[in-house]
Design a protein around this ligand. Structure first.
Ligand code: F6R
Length: 607
């Protein structure tokens, strides 16, 4: 969603902010803008559309200033247009703001301010500029604190005033802001990606905090304006990881990184001699673990699919009843939780608003809440009482790929760790770990089939509808394959558990409705086979994901993509990869903006 970058230091702010905006592009946006203070004069330019359009608008006018703010907007209130793009100015043209979040009471505030202030946009954000202006009596931080005391909603906010050219003021409530610490230069951004070329030392603002950034340092206060002391953290990611490294798209690069990042996710977390895993971040004793009576996964989108796989493996290995909940439903439901319920919040970004709200709700109700998160230092990581980083590295394509497999990798280890305290034998645990150990080389084998998968995807890319089928642990894989296809290629697609077809979906089958089915050799193989026979009998083309050496599959599928065999619990780690590549190649064939699909944002920080 919206991206913010702010800078104060000794370098020219304009090129730095423009580069920062490019690094924020992956979050998804529809317009962009920049404001730089050149002495006491304020340069501000905005545009609907891409950053290249903003660059063109700025043209040769390059302000020399060394303090500025910039923003990529993802429209929520008000159409995509220049006048709705940020930065927003107050009436006297001295004060500018960039904002991420939603001001819920903006209508009331706007109605009050309209008598004395002229509004020029349809956004909720603009109200902040006028409100701060109306509170302003010289001290910018006091003015921001005063304005925010009247606001209901969420904000990641950065404010700049021409009368204070040596100061940026930032505030956070619900929408992330990270402050980067340099040598006599400071940065603020929605996430750490734009800071990577300059510094790895950061501090994360918490809700209700206001920061002043000056060239000689950063001071952080709470909303009552008391000083807050915060630790500086070191970002593990490097700038190289955040580049395409020769791939055409981030998504392709991230698909191909899976064998490597899988190893990172599991390194040091397996104990082969005991046939178990140890994820220390769980922060629970063995007796507390044995006392868990129920596991609930909460997540959104792709992370939710990882949670669905978690349900299968937890119930199978650990014999603990398990549920999976879409976070946006969970947060508003009267979910029954107690101190024996273990809630895992799964999130790549660690900032998804609904998942975060679910974490807060679960904690309020006394559940044990842990995170399975990629971005170190993210809000969910900080607000859970432990958990595990999945170590997938920066994921910059909007469509999640390597984070999904790493979420599954970590959940599988959790299931084993719990399972070994209950029902799983040493021999079974060791067999599981051996199969787990073989996964990266098997992933590589599938990635080597990229050209073959591309050829199949291109043959099917012109169909308008698609159906993905799976059963058991491969049903969530089918859902994930379908989500990947629709989000980046815009082909309509659905996913079903194959046994459910007779109850309605069969009506859709026919020559215009190809079916991609996961029919690997597991306990449901024969059932799946009969389901595919029925699909074929109704005239749909069939693409099969089948186990290597399955000669019957060749007769059943119009096209067959094979994967190496593994134990059933680990199949999703392999079976997902051909589906990711299928979606990728279908989308490139249709000339889609693969890394930045329309209407989608990488990090969904508003409800
Ligand atoms: C789909 C996708 C989204 C995210 C969802 C949750 O490819 O990426 O469905 O999985 O928005 O995001 P995180 O994992 O950051 O909470």
């Amino acid at each position: 969603m919206c991206g913010i970058i702010g800078y104060i230091g000794n370098r020219r702010a304009t090129p730095l902010l423009m580069q920062g905006l490019r690094r924020l592009e992956y979050r998804g946006y529809d317009s962009a803008g920049i404001a730089v203070l050149d002495g006491n004069s304020l340069f501000c330019e905005r545009t609907a559309g891409r950053i290249d359009a903003l660059k063109e608008k700025i043209g040769e006018r390059r302000p020399e200033g060394t303090v500025g703010i910039a923003h990529t907007r993802w429209a929520t209130h008000g159409i995509v247009s220049e006048h709705n793009a940020h930065p927003h100015r107050a009436c006297n043209d001295s004060l500018v703001i960039v904002h991420n979040g939603i001001i819920e009471n903006y209508r009331e505030l706007r109605a009050e301010l309209q008598a004395t202030h002229t509004f020029t946009s349809d956004t909720d954000s603009e109200v902040l500029a006028h409100l701060i202006e109306s509170c302003h009596q010289g001290n910018l931080r006091h003015s921001v604190a005063c304005a925010l005391s009247k606001v209901r909603g969420t904000y990641g906010l950065v404010v700049m005033h021409a009368d204070n050219p040596d100061l940026l003021v930032c505030a956070r409530m619900g929408s992330p802001l990270v402050i980067g610490m340099g040598e006599h230069e400071y940065f603020v951004a929605s996430d750490a990606t734009p800071l990577l070329p300059y510094t790895k030392d950061v501090t994360y603002l918490d809700d209700g905090e206001i920061a002043e950034l000056r060239r000689d340092g950063v001071r952080i206060y709470d909303l009552r304006e008391k000083t807050v002391h915060k630790d500086i953290q070191r970002i593990e990611w490097n700038d190289e990881q955040a580049q395409k490294q020769g791939y055409d798209h981030f998504m392709l690069k991230e698909i191909f990184e899976q064998p490597v990042v899988f190893r990172d996710a599991v390194r040091g977390r397996k104990i082969p001699e005991d046939g178990t895993a140890y994820l220390g971040g769980l922060n629970m004793t063995e007796s507390q673990m044995r006392n868990v009576s129920r596991v609930v996964f909460v997540a959104c989108g792709t992370a939710y699919h990882a949670g669905m796989i978690g349900k299968y493996v937890f119930e199978r290995l650990a014999h603990i009843p398990c549920e999976v909940e879409v976070a946006s439903e969970f947060r508003y439901r009267d979910c029954v939780l107690d101190d024996r319920t273990l809630v895992f919040a799964i999130s790549q970004s660690g900032e998804t608003a609904d998942t975060l709200a679910a974490v807060r709700e679960a904690r309020r109700k006394g559940a044990i809440v842990r995170g399975i998160v990629n971005v170190v230092g993210s809000t969910i990581a900080r607000e859970t009482d432990g958990g595990t980083y999945i170590h997938a590295g920066p994921e910059l394509a909007v469509a999640s790929t390597k984070a999904f497999t790493n979420m599954v990798a970590v959940i599988l280890l959790y299931a084993l760790q719990f399972g070994r305290l209950k029902h799983v034998s040493l021999a079974d645990g060791q067999q599981f770990l051996q199969a787990h150990f073989e996964i990266p080389s098997k992933m590589e084998q599938i990635l080597n089939m990229n050209d073959e998968i591309a050829a199949v995807a291109r043959r099917y890319a012109r169909y308008r509808d698609f159906l993905f089928l799976g059963r058991g642990i491969n049903y969530p894989v089918a859902l994930e394959g379908s989500l990947k296809l629709k989000e980046i290629s815009y082909i309509h697609s659905e996913a079903y558990p194959a046994g459910e077809m007779k109850h309605g979906v069969n009506a859709l089958l026919g020559p215009d409705f190809p079916v991609l089915a996961i029919m690997t050799k597991n306990q449901l193989y024969e059932k799946m086979r009969s389901n595919i026979e029925e699909v074929r009998a109704r005239g749909s083309k069939v693409i099969l994901i089948a186990t290597e050496g399955d000669t019957d599959a060749r007769q059943l599928g119009d096209d067959v993509l094979t994967v190496p065999s593994t134990i059933e619990a680990l199949e999703p780690l392999l079976n997902t990869i051909p589906l990711q590549l299928f979606a990728y190649h279908a989308a490139t064939m249709l000339d889609r903006d693969v890394d930045r699909p329309r209407n989608l944002a990488k990090s969904v920080t508003v409800e």
